[in-house]
Every structure is written in C-alpha cells, then in structure tokens.
Write a protein that binds this ligand. Sequence first.
Ligand SMILES: NC(=O)c1ccc[n+]([C@@H]2O[C@H](COP(=O)([O-])OP(=O)(O)OC[C@H]3O[C@@H](n4cnc5c(N)ncnc54)[C@H](OP(=O)(O)O)[C@@H]3O)[C@@H](O)[C@H]2O)c1
Length: 245
Amino acid sequence: MSGIEGKVVVVTGASSGIGEATALLLAERGAKVVLGARRPDRLAALAERITRAGGEVAHASTDVRRREDVTALVDSACERYGRIDVLVNNAGVMPISPFDALRVQDWEDMVDVNIKGVLYGIAAALPVFRRQGFGHFVNTASTAGHRIVPNQAVYAGTKHAVRAISEGLRQEAGDRLRVTIVSPGMTRTNFADGVTDPETKARLTESGDSIAMPPEAVARAIAFAIEQPADIDTGEIVIRPTAQA
Ligand SMILES: NC(=O)c1ccc[n+]([C@@H]2O[C@H](COP(=O)([O-])OP(=O)(O)OC[C@H]3O[C@@H](n4cnc5c(N)ncnc54)[C@H](OP(=O)(O)O)[C@@H]3O)[C@@H](O)[C@H]2O)c1
C-alpha cells in the first residue's frame, strides 16, 4: 500500500510535541492512528480532537519502559484494525546535564526510554510485520545521534544507539519491511521540561526559544517517509532549523 490514507499507524510518545503533531497530520491525511504515552488525559484530549475533525483514532496508556505495555499497544491496534502498517517509535526523554552532576537516575531514564523503549517496540511489531509480509518502523533519533556536544553525552549515546539499531534492523529486515530513522534538530516541544539540572535547563530553553522549529516540520518528514511507495525505503531524514549550527 502506498500513501498514507487507510494505513494503521501506531505512535509512541503521542501525548505532546513531535508525536502529537505526527498523529494529527497522519490522521488528517486519512491514517488510522493508535496513540500511546503515559498521560491518558492528554491522549484522550488529542483523540477527541482527531475524532471531531473526522479522523479515526484509538489510544492506550503506555509506558515504553514496560515491554508488556508496548506489546499491548501494538496488539490493541492489530485487534482493532486487523493489521499495523507503521510503528513510529517516538517516545523519548532528554534530561541532559554535565557528567560531574552525576545524575545517574537521568542516565538510566534515557537508556530505558530512548533505547529500551525502541527495542520493545521492535520486539512487539517485528513478528506482526513478518506475519503480514509488510510493515514500516519509523524511529525518532536526533541530530544528537550525529554530533556530540558537552552536557549531552548520554542523550547523544542513546540516539547514536537508535541509529545503529535502526540501521542493523534495516539490513536484517529484507525486501518487504522498511526502516526509517528521523533525526530532528532543535524542535519546539515540551522537551526541556524534563531537564533536572537547572543551568542546563535555562540554557536549553533560551536556545530553543530562539531557533527551534515547530514539531509540525518533523511530522511532515515522517509523513514523507510513510507515503513513499512500498518498494522505496527512506533510510534517514535529518531535519533541523536552518539556523542550527
Ligand atoms: N525537541 C527536540 O529538540 C528534539 C530533537 C531531536 C529529537 N527529539 C526526539 O523527539 C522525540 C519526541 O520528543 P519531543 O521533542 O516531542 O518531546 P516531548 O514534547 O517532551 O514529547 C515526548 C513524548 O514522549 C512521551 N514519553 C516520555 N517518556 C515516556 C515513557 N516512559 N513511555 C511512553 N511515552 C513516554 C511523552 O509522553 P508522556 O509524558 O505522556 O508519557 C511525550 O508524548 C523524542 O524521541 C526526542 O528524543 C526531540
């Protein structure tokens, strides 16, 4: 199936930012979207907005740190719609800080959500895609998966890992499954809210406010990869504000 209309697309981290913008755009273009994140109130509000606009949507409270939650999200999409065409592994956290701050819990959160969450998504959807004989993973990495800067080493490490895992998956996927990495630069979302180091948070908020791009720009990049014909696999899209160094 080419295009977006009628595709069943599961999006993790759909309650805000890039995931929310992606859900709205894909639903507007005729996809059936199945949304996961930890905040059910935000998911319900988004689902209502999509339904009111004539879209098709389901949602489930999902913590990607829990394999059973991710499996349940994918299974619920299969039960409701009979298949899944795309899994957008988008949930991510970015509590960055200098190493000297020793915010070990933040390091663990980034590994658990950004790396293991994506792996749980792969574990949930890969058998479904194999059975169906088609399927598309879209994994959100970052420009931090290309370029390492001070205070972002652990986050960058997780996003390098997402790129490595995605490329390895692409090589193993064969000629019927697609794997796309989307690597956004600075995007205007709620991302800085999760930064626990006050100085880093202030710096990030300031730079984000001045040059960040809207999450809709990333949503359009994700839509581009999805709408390509089934025999065209967009390997990676790097998208950043023009002003980002
Ligand atoms: N903003 C940027 O500048 C930027 C740049 C490059 C890449 N990215 C990547 O883009 C992706 C989306 O981030 P965003 O910028 O849109 O930030 P955001 O607005 O903070 O959105 C993050 C999303 O992830 C969800 N999430 C966090 N922890 C989760 C968990 N344990 N289980 C399930 N969902 C979880 C959040 O929902 P709940 O809190 O409701 O669970 C939220 O929906 C991330 O992978 C991030 O690394 C962002």
